[in-house]
Design a protein around this ligand. Structure first.
Ligand code: CP
Ligand code: NVA
Length: 299
């Protein structure tokens, strides 16, 4: 593994070994002999979008692994004034040891990895949020013992970075995934043809999606960059994850939300607070999952 650009590009074995490493790092966190594979290294975080969890977990994770994080808001570097990504990549590639990028176009992350020649991590693009899905899978392992034989439901935007990454995770790992989304927000036919996953189904019916589900997952209706698309939000009537919707879920079900959450929109206040233990464990798992990615890319 040279880069972590998407779940699509990972194999089932790579996902499993990242999760095993994450669990080990989590168990050994703070021990005197904790590994320092990034000792002497500087890793740049280049962010074009806001972030709380991703930024903090990467900065803390890099330090815990012995390295030095350098946060670069795209507004503060020449990238924000139009310097091409390929030039930014060739400069940073000669100075830092790895890069973590949050931006809009997936192609920018791909181009950065090719031109910089240093390990590059996708910290969220419009197409994928691979670090989040690894943390979510770790949380499912911890809470439910794994995804084998489990039904996962995703309620909300059916073609966002989160759902795309979830669909690729289901393709790679084989669990049942039902995405409930308004027609206008469903994945297009060409994407589903390329995915070619009979274990992934798409519906407009959130009640059917949640029926018997062990994991119920949601995310914002308007992703970063879509703030002006208020009309899109109107599509989601009936798609809120709340206690009424969860009545049909399997016993012992868990609720996931990558956060930040908009209470009263994609999730009710009551449901978020009832499942806060899981949701904030999921947030903490960003740290452990990303340390595993950093360890894998430092080899
Ligand atoms: N879930 C997530 O990526 O959160 P941030 O936007 O706060 O990084
Ligand atoms: N789909 C959301 C995820 C935020 C972590 C967004 O892109 O804004």
């Amino acid at each position: 593994m040279k880069h972590l650009l998407s779940i699509e590009q990972l194999t089932a074995d790579e996902i499993q070994s990242l999760l095993a490493e994450a669990a080990q790092l989590k168990a050994g966190r703070g021990e005197a002999n904790a590994p320092k594979p990034l000792a002497g290294q500087t890793w740049a975080l280049i962010f074009t979008k806001s972030s709380t969890r991703t930024r903090v977990s990467f900065e803390v994770g890099i330090r815990e692994l012995g390295g030095f994080p350098m946060f670069l808001s795209s507004n503060d570097i020449q990238l924000g004034r139009g310097e091409p990504i390929k030039d930014t990549a060739r400069v940073l590639g000669r100075m830092v040891h790895g890069a973590i990028i949050r931006t809009f176009a997936q192609q920018d992350v791909v181009d950065f990895s090719e031109f910089s020649k240093i390990p590059t991590i996708n910290a969220l693009t419009d197409d994928e949020h691979p670090c989040q899905i690894l943390a979510d899978l770790l949380t499912i392992q911890e809470k439910l013992g794994g995804w084998e034989g489990k039904k996962v439901a995703f309620i909300g935007d059916g073609f966002s970075n989160m759902t795309i990454s979830w669909m690729w995770a289901a393709k790679r790992l084989g669990f049942e995934l039902v995405v409930a989304s308004p027609v206008a927000c469903q994945p297009p036919a060409d994407f589903l043809a390329a995915l070619d996953a009979p274990n992934v189904t798409i519906t407009t019916d959130p009640v059917a999606a949640v029926a018997g589900a062990h994991v119920i997952n949601t995310d914002v209706w308007l992703s970063m960059g879509q703030e002006n698309q208020k009309e899109k939000e109107n599509e989601f009537t009936g798609f809120q994850v709340n206690q009424e919707l969860l009545r049909g879920a399997a016993d012992g079900h868990i609720v996931l939300h990558c956060l930040p959450a908009y209470r009263g929109k994609e999730i009710s206040e009551e449901t978020l607070e009832l499942h806060a233990d899981t949701i904030f464990q999921e947030a903490e798992n960003r740290l452990h999952a990303q340390k595993a990615i950093l360890v894998a890319l430092s080899k």
